[in-house]
Design a protein around this ligand. Structure first.
Ligand SMILES: Cc1ncc(COP(=O)(O)O)c(C=O)c1O
Length: 485
């Protein structure tokens, strides 16, 4: 069966293609050729039409036409009359290599800007000549991390180093500390309910591997975390989108979808949602617990909460009962570079997930776990620091977007480091291409959609230093007037 690649997905795979030397069509040809060679566009894939792709890339149809002609000449693409263009069967690979939603972590942006873009920017900016990257909302680490590493001495490790050091379920001291993390949030937890993982990203992967088969129906919020979509896709899940808005997942739609599709898993983010910044209220949590379907709640962003949710203190979703697996991480509170995350489940599920974890990597680095175990008791301090930085950044960014881009709509995020904005209409993928060429990189909505939808949304990160974010917003506003002119 031939795969079809949508225009938004292809635009994502091509990200950054427009920068560099040479004519646009030559660069496009080079990038498409490379995507075939690397297996990202496997043999037999049907490509979007030249007109549709030109629209998504915000270039003329001639540019795409010249690239396709060249690749047809090389035998890399083939066309069937009246039936579009395909990667030729001489393509090297037959399997899709990934969905490429996490590219912003893989490729730093090329930093030099074309002369034209620099006109009108301040000398300081021009001097930096920097392209501004507002794609990733990952935060830099806190100095608490370096301080803890400074305190660590060889003597602290003597007993550990005397063992073999393979701990698939995790370092006991860290499992206890994570159990304490949940207990303090109102969810009593024992050490045997915790598996330590290499980041929340691996926690997602372990659950997908343990619970899903190719074709398994999975309900997931639309929009959702791009890394979750990537993992679930590669496990072969059949993803069914359920709308999620400023109050979190639409519970009525979730119940209806659960009845209609009999999912094996429901994937949600209760606190705080990436990309919307929403928090699910207590009645929503109760509804999830009553669903009678295993729920995976990725609350990785919990420690970036800016506003206390109104009403009685919210507990983690698993505290409301039902088969709920919780995911968390030290990435947002302390530092993503620790690569330490965790899962909380019932002991039987923990046993299954531990054996999957063993097969993946035999355990997360004990050194990183030890540092995290010593940091976790200070999570309250880390939350205060995050709130002190993110609160003012959010307020400045929302005020600036409201002023510069009055046609864009958004809700104030309750936490996290990004703003989810709604454009007046579709075209976010094409606009992100135009903005990228004007010196600011943004993520278009389809990156967060399992259905290649949401092309009327954009995510703006405010994790970089605020002056850079503000320059980026000015460039975005200039690009938007040119785009809509
Ligand atoms: C919702 C969500 N889950 C998981 C992750 C991955 O986190 P980690 O660094 O712990 O792998 C992120 C990172 O941005 C995230 O936003």
């Amino acid at each position: 069966v031939a795969a079809v690649i949508g225009r938004h997905q292809l635009a994502r795979l091509l990200e950054g293609w427009g920068t560099g030397d040479g004519a646009l069509h030559t660069r496009l040809t080079g990038r498409l050729r490379a995507l075939v060679r690397s297996g990202h566009l496997p043999a037999g894939t049907r490509l979007p039409s030249e007109r549709i792709l030109a629209g998504a890339l915000n270039v003329s149809r001639n540019t795409v036409g010249a690239a396709f002609d060249q690749l047809r000449g090389e035998g890399i693409f083939s066309s069937r009359r009246g039936d579009g263009t395909y990667v030729s069967l001489a393509g090297r690979h037959t399997l899709i290599r990934g969905d490429d939603r996490l590219r912003s972590f893989l490729t730093p942006l090329e930093t030099t800007l074309p002369e034209a873009t620099l006109a009108g920017t301040t000398l300081a900016e021009a001097h930096r000549g920097a392209r501004i990257d507002l794609r990733s909302a990952a935060l830099s680490g806190l100095d608490l991390v370096t301080a803890e590493i400074d305190r660590l001495r060889g003597a602290d490790l003597t007993e550990l180093v005397a063992t073999h050091g393979y701990l698939p379920a995790g370092l006991p001291a860290l499992r206890q500390a994570v159990a304490g993390y949940y207990t303090d949030l109102g969810l009593p937890t024992a050490e045997d309910q915790i598996v330590i993982t290499s980041g929340a990203q691996q926690a997602l992967r372990l659950v997908a591997t343990a619970l899903l088969e190719p074709g398994s129906p999975v309900l997931i919020e639309e929009p959702s975390f791009r890394g979750a979509i990537e993992v679930l896709r590669s496990a072969g899940a059949r993803l069914i989108p359920v709308p999620s808005g400023p109050a979190g997942v639409d519970v009525a739609a979730l119940r209806a979808a659960a009845r209609a599709h009999r999912p094996v898993l429901v994937v949600i983010q209760s606190t705080v949602h990436n990309p919307t910044g929403s928090v699910l209220d207590a009645s929503g949590r109760q509804a999830l617990s009553d669903l009678g379907v295993p729920v995976l709640d990725d609350a990785t962003l919990y420690d970036t909460l800016i506003d206390e949710p109104p009403g009685p203190a919210l507990k983690p979703t698993a505290a409301y009962g039902g088969p709920v697996i919780m995911i968390g991480s030290a990435s947002k509170s302390f530092w993503g570079g620790l690569r330490v995350g965790w899962l909380r489940a019932d002991p039987a599920t923990v046993a299954t997930l531990t054996s999957v974890k063993g097969g993946e990597d035999l355990g997360t680095s004990v050194l990183a776990q030890l540092v995290t175990a010593r940091l976790l008791p200070s999570v309250g301090l880390a939350r205060d620091r995050r709130r002190a930085a993110l609160g003012p950044a959010r307020d400045t960014v929302t005020a600036t977007v409201a002023e510069l881009l009055p046609g864009w709509r958004f809700e104030r995020p309750a936490g996290g480091a990004s703003l989810w904005v709604r454009l007046p209409g579709p075209g976010a993928t094409a606009f992100a291409q135009a903005a990228g060429r004007a010196g600011v990189a943004l993520l278009p909505g389809p990156t967060f959609s399992c259905a290649d939808g949401l092309d009327d949304y954009l995510r703006i990160s405010f994790a970089p230093p605020l002056p850079d974010v503000l320059s980026g917003l000015h460039r975005a506003a200039a690009a938007w007037s040119a785009f809509t002119a």
